[in-house]
Design a protein around this ligand. Sequence first.
Ligand code: PEP
Ligand code: MN
Length: 339
Amino acid sequence: MIIKLRTDAEQVQVQQLTDWLKSMGLNLYFSEGATYSIIGLVGDTSRVDIELIEALEIVESVTRIQDPFKNANRKFHPDDTVIKVGNATIGGGSLTLIAGPCSIESEAQIVEVAQRVKAAGATILRGGAFKPRTSPYSFQGMGAEGLELLLKAKEATGLPIISEVMDISQLPLFKDVDILQIGARNMQNFNLLKEVGTMDKPVLLKRGLSATYQEWLMSAEYIMAGGNKNVILCERGIRTFETKTRNTLDISAIPMLREMTHLPIIVDPSHAAGIRRMVRPLSMAAIAAGADGLMIEVHNDPERAKCDGPQCLRPEAFDEVAADAIKLHDFCKKEITLC
Ligand code: PEP
Ligand code: MN
């Protein structure tokens, strides 16, 4: 349930109302927007008398919300969530470019890629140390040693870093990692979601291979319900009947989620297509549809990459995609009305 307050609501009366609502055992969420403020009620609201609340002079309207996700719901939080990590801003109209190799392979590799993507305009460096692979015989990532090398690349460039955590037991190793990535295969690892929900690090939550928008947002809700409100959603393609591409990028997710949630939406065209030459057009489509940013795999020697080489861009190609992404984002911001 959402209570929209009048702009001239007196603080004392707001306090009386919130004390009363809390005494009914409800959890309250406050959102002070530029134009109006709202109180979101979570819990058993069946005993709340809507007419009684509507009659209060400080209340403009009361709406019952049927969606099971509350924290992530835009109706509860009309303004975009904006997350700051180092010098990077995610959400709220800025463009975030996350780039780097699928997996960290050596110090020389990660530092060189970090320098190249930074020069091209990337604001966050990616690099996997723990890799969820379909085959147990494939390279599984460098683990803790990989994270050490990622930290060296952070020191060398000043870029904030993101890396995938696959299991709660790995979390202590991520102490100096700026953003935790939860991969598509772990989107419904509820124990992991609950644990990162107690942390104060931003979490980038990838969409599960066959997850609906609501299931995805319920996973975000797990994190947010624990107190961690800094969740970033990442559309990375879904399973469809098509076999020409690795997955199918769901462009509709961007405008639909924009309505459903206030969380930032990043698009990963690399895993969506699995094909290097498709990264550029899919990146442009994502930006034109209103994405808050891109996460792109870049490798300095893709032919010899230990993971996802066919979809990794070479640094020179990333230079072009990043430049066009920045241009298109500026153009769309100035000239295009999306909704
Ligand atoms: C990755 O980002 O390298 C990755 C494994 O992604 P996903 O979870 O989307 O497959
Ligand atoms: Mn990958």
